[in-house]
Design a protein around this ligand. Structure first.
Ligand code: NAD
Ligand code: DAU
Length: 357
């Protein structure tokens, strides 16, 4: 069944995936409604990530509202004012390391913020069938895999960091609203994304920028933890299909089917950077520094995404080789964005919590 999609509120639309999702909607879909970007602008949110969209579509098809998803009256007002029919909830504290240093904001935004949004739509939308609440979640809710096996939609939740526990909790609330109140919801659990506009605390942009500045490249533990990498627009195309044709009350796993040990991925990044800068093959590898492991570091993530492939016809389009080329090039060309996002609160936090960065 194809849904008729009305105006879409994208929460967390000034972050990495949210901003790419908004750009994707304008550039690569036939969506004709209005997009309301609702973002608190934490350290991770940056309106400049959408300055091109603001200039082209601002006040007509694109609106920015600085607001906290935990603020009931604000969220209710926004949904009413713009006749929002679809909420795509990206807003979250998203970095595992930060959740270890200080979990409170993760509980606040990821659990209570999602609960608050659900309460707003329960009040405004109950009994309607022309609306949808889509919750963007993570494969980390499933815990950690050994050498074999995959996460399926039916895998039991087993979160092991404050971040993944907060996302797991929000997922349960979303599904509870479906079963209890018949709220039209869909849910997706995705693997590690990479691409332009990712906050440079995450592995891939951190390594690219540290190579550029010839700083140490920190690799946690033995470097053999495995992540399943997906280019951000492949996540966006999956989300677009779910909004249009996903079955209400269902969860969809989204993944790259692209597993890499961290150390091997860092080697690939070093080799690509050498090609770009004309340095010898091993030039950047000498910067690799094995550092203390992340507490509770999940060993391996691997997603089985047969369901979304079979039911919605989704598939990944961008392989790691071209995805990394696009990403490296973007970070090298967007120094101003990088400098701005790395200044202020982020710099203070890094200086307080890490040496060597
Ligand atoms: P991000 O940290 O880059 O962006 C998060 C955005 O949410 C920021 O713009 C921030 O300002 C905003 N925000 C935070 N708290 C808010 C609040 N209380 N009210 C309104 N806005 C708030 O995160 P990301 O990597 O783009 O992740 C987006 C979503 O996707 C998250 O829910 C995350 O759990 C999920 N996810 C991320 C990945 C990944 O690899 N990055 C993979 C799977 C799922
Ligand atoms: O799996 C989906 C998740 O992917 C999302 O839900 C999270 O929001 C997103 O941040 C990401 O979580 P990870 O913890 O996997 O991403 P991160 O980039 O922080 O780390 C990737 C891997 O690299 C992980 O095994 C830890 C390791 N790492 C990370 C950093 C920042 C290092 O070895 N060194 C580092 O400096």
């Amino acid at each position: 069944m194809q849904r008729k999609l009305g105006n879409i509120a994208v929460t967390g639309g000034a972050g990495f995936i949210g901003s790419n999702f908004i750009r994707y909607l304008f550039a690569q879909t036939d969506f004709t409604g209005r997009i309301i970007n609702v973002d608190k602008l934490t350290y991770a949110g940056n309106q400049e990530s959408l300055s091109d969209i603001q200039s082209k579509h601002g006040n007509d098809r694109y609106v920015f509202e600085q607001a906290d998803i935990c603020d009931y009256e604000r969220m209710k007002g926004i949904i009413q004012q713009y006749d929002v029919r679809v909420v795509v909830n990206f807003a979250a504290e998203s970095h595992v390391d930060r959740s270890i240093f200080g979990p409170k904001e993760f509980i606040q935004t990821n659990i209570l913020g999602t609960f608050n949004l659900l309460e707003v739509v329960r009040e405004l939308w109950v009994g309607r069938n022309d609306v949808l609440f889509h919750h963007v979640s993570t494969d980390e809710v499933y815990g950690s895999l050994g050498d074999t096996g995959f996460f399926h939609e039916t895998t039991s939740y087993d979160p092991r960091s404050p971040y993944s526990a907060s996302k797991a909790s929000s997922d349960h609330l979303v599904m509870a609203y479906y079963h209890t109140y018949n709220m039209p919801v869909t849910l997706s659990n995705c693997s590690n994304n990479y691409g332009p506009y990712q906050f440079p605390e995450k592995l891939i942009p951190l390594i690219i920028l540290n190579m550029k500045e010839e700083k140490p490249l920190p690799v946690y533990g033995d470097g053999k933890n495995i992540r399943d990498w997906l280019y951000v627009d492949d996540h966006n195309s999956a989300l677009w299909m779910i909004l249009n044709r996903g079955t209400t009350g269902e969860t969809y796993n989204i993944g790259g089917e692209n597993e890499w040990e961290n150390i091997r991925l860092v080697h690939v990044l070093c080799e690509k950077m050498s090609e770009k800068t004309g340095k010898p093959g091993d030039y950047y590898k000498r910067l690799i520094t094995m550092v203390k492991d992340r507490p509770g570091h999940d060993r391996r993530y691997a997603i089985n995404c047969d369901k979304i492939k079979k039911e919605l016809g989704w598939k990944q389009q961008i392989g790691l080789d071209s995805g990394l080329d696009i990403t490296i090039q973007w970070y090298l060309e967007n120094e101003e964005w990088v400098n701005r996002i790395r200044s202020g609160k982020y710099r203070e936090w890094i200086d307080k919590n890490y040496s060597n960065r």
